[in-house]
Write a protein that binds this ligand. Sequence first.
Ligand SMILES: Nc1ncnc2c1ncn2[C@@H]1O[C@H](COP(=O)(O)OP(=O)(O)OP(=O)(O)O)[C@@H](O)[C@H]1O
Ligand SMILES: [Mg+2]
Length: 414
Amino acid sequence: MNKAKRWQLAIQFVAVTFLIFTGLFAGGLLIFSNELNNSLDEQLDTLLTEISDEVEEADGRLSIAKPRRFTKKQPLSSLARIELYDAEGKLIEHDGVKGTAKLITETSEVSQDGLNLRTSYMVLTSEEDKKLGYLQIQLPTTLRDRAIKKYIVTMGIISTLGLVLLSIAGLFFSKSWVGPLETSYRILRQFTEDATHELKTPIATIEACADNLEEELKLAGKETVRLDAIKRATGRMNKLVEDLTLLTQIQIGFEGILPGNIPGRVSFNSILAGVLEEFELRLKEKRIDLVHQVDENIFLNGHEDKLHRMIANIIENALRYTEEGGRIELTCRVRNGWLKLTVRDNGPGIPLESLPKIFDRFYRVDQARDRARGGVGLGLSIVKGIVDLHNGSIAITSEVNQGTGVTINLPVLS
Ligand SMILES: Nc1ncnc2c1ncn2[C@@H]1O[C@H](COP(=O)(O)OP(=O)(O)OP(=O)(O)O)[C@@H](O)[C@H]1O
Ligand SMILES: [Mg+2]
């Protein structure tokens, strides 16, 4: 894993932590302000009950008995705006600081002279249950708002600090966590590289010997059927070695180690033309109709040989798995800075349960059938690797007995 990947891992870790922090922060704020509101409401209820005891009625008129005993006992009551209303909601009298001078029934908070007031009221009734009027009490929310502000500032500082520390820890641990993984991955890659390299020479020797032997047998007028089998097998081995080498190269390409691996401006149209020319004869032999619609002047930032291989592998599959007389449709369209390459065939299709595994190395839907057709199961994993290398995306849709569609999206150069 390279530095960029490690940073990516650390950033993902920080992003997840940030989301968790934000969730906790918002949840905490909600609970905290709810608690403060509940306590304000409790205080309002207590005051309403206590002050309603001080309300007197004479000839159907309400008034507050004075002096109120609780004024000194409860510091809160000195802050409270106490208002008495008649049954029609008209202000009769107020005590302490003047409140809204209006009966508030539809909301629990109002603004008055730049001050936020939490408000509550009580219906006052006579012994015969006749409505006499209303007692309204309002308390400024200054203390609550100050507490909430403090909570936001404190949590903001703690969260930012925590996030910074976690980012540093994330970066540090990502290095030590992925260290062993990196080592085993490097060993595996080195093994593949060495094994494929070492295999090349014996395969070339077998091929050369088989050719010599074939000539000798022909000269002696003997059959060469078994030799053909040897040549086919070595051909397959050659392809396997080539594919494994390419897969390793693609992986190295990701890490940017290979000096020749720097991408450049390439013409997608000329690469495609080259691939189509390569397949012309085989398509004709199998009587498969390949129709194509391609936009002009498509340029990409990429690796010519790998893009060639990417298209070739997709067409190879369509050709290989489609029955004689079938049809392949290829389209290349450029929209909004992206190339959309689609290759659709009317072959046997891929079962739905196989689609998630289709890009796995050595995966074949039908082992026997696909091996007989020459498949090793590396083609699509190579295609996926090349697409990823070019910052693109690939999707396969398929229906059994209807056909398969491969869609590749790649960023284009303007
Ligand atoms: N167009 C297609 N129609 C039907 N099946 C397909 C198609 N393309 C791929 N498959 C299935 O997906 C499997 C994997 O394809 P992939 O190209 O990776 O390997 P392969 O063709 O078997 O071997 P190779 O390494 O030579 O390409 C194939 O074995 C085949 O079963
Ligand atoms: Mg293939």
